[in-house]
Design a binder for this molecule. Structure first.
Ligand SMILES: Cc1cc2nc3c(=O)[nH]c(=O)nc-3n(C[C@H](O)[C@H](O)[C@H](O)COP(=O)(O)O)c2cc1C
Length: 174
């Protein structure tokens, strides 16, 4: 399974980044991550049919097209999806790389809610884009802080690692 991983956090030492890195450690196969911070703000004028997309958009679309499955890992901001991540998804709407592709949505939060609002919104958006959300591969990870090691920037909590392993297996099966 060739995986494209998207992180909704641009923060250094991000807990989302720790979850994403641990998931990729557990993944047995090729994986790429996309630099979504390099994307311009989505503008349909830049997405006109026949026009060459901006280079960062072309790179994202190439990576998404080459992937068998997509792993989205994100925090929640103000009960919503981080703008940078939503922007990246907007660039993939018209080009269609998400269509029929198995997708895992994982959110993590320092709070008990596990980023449930952002998780639901991401799933709604990706389903609207005709992505194939794999429910068994989706996780809402609560109280993420003490479950990660800031030095290794990895998840250390065994239960969470077990959940990540199962999520990747579900994605692989899908
Ligand atoms: C502007 C802002 C809004 C936030 N809103 C929420 C929220 O609605 N729900 C939530 O669970 N966490 C919220 N948080 C806390 C983030 O989940 C927390 O900062 C988390 O560590 C960010 O992920 P990261 O470590 O990957 O950067 C918010 C944080 C910021 C900075």
């Amino acid at each position: 399974m060739r995986l494209l991983a998207l992180s909704g956090s641009l923060r250094k030492r991000s807990s989302t980044g720790a979850v994403l890195r641990s998931a990729l450690d557990l993944h047995d196969g090729p994986a790429t991550t996309a630099d979504i911070a390099a994307l311009p703000h989505f503008n349909p004028d830049l997405d006109a049919e026949g026009a060459a997309p901006p280079p960062a958009v072309a790179a994202l679309r190439t990576a998404a097209a080459a992937a068998d499955a997509i792993l989205v890992v994100s925090p929640e901001y103000a009960h919503g999806v981080p703008g940078t991540l939503k922007n990246a998804l907007d660039w993939l709407v018209s080009s269609g790389e998400c269509v029929d592709k198995p997708i895992a949505v994982i959110t993590a939060s320092p709070f008990p809610t596990g980023g449930n609002h952002a998780n639901a919104q991401l799933r709604e958006t990706l389903e609207t884009m005709s992505g194939r959300i794999v429910p068994a591969a989706c996780l809402e990870i609560p109280a993420i802080g003490p479950k990660t090691d800031p030095t290794t920037e990895r998840v250390t909590d065994e239960a969470t690692l077990t959940d990540l392993r199962a999520a990747l297996q579900a994605l692989r099966t899908a």
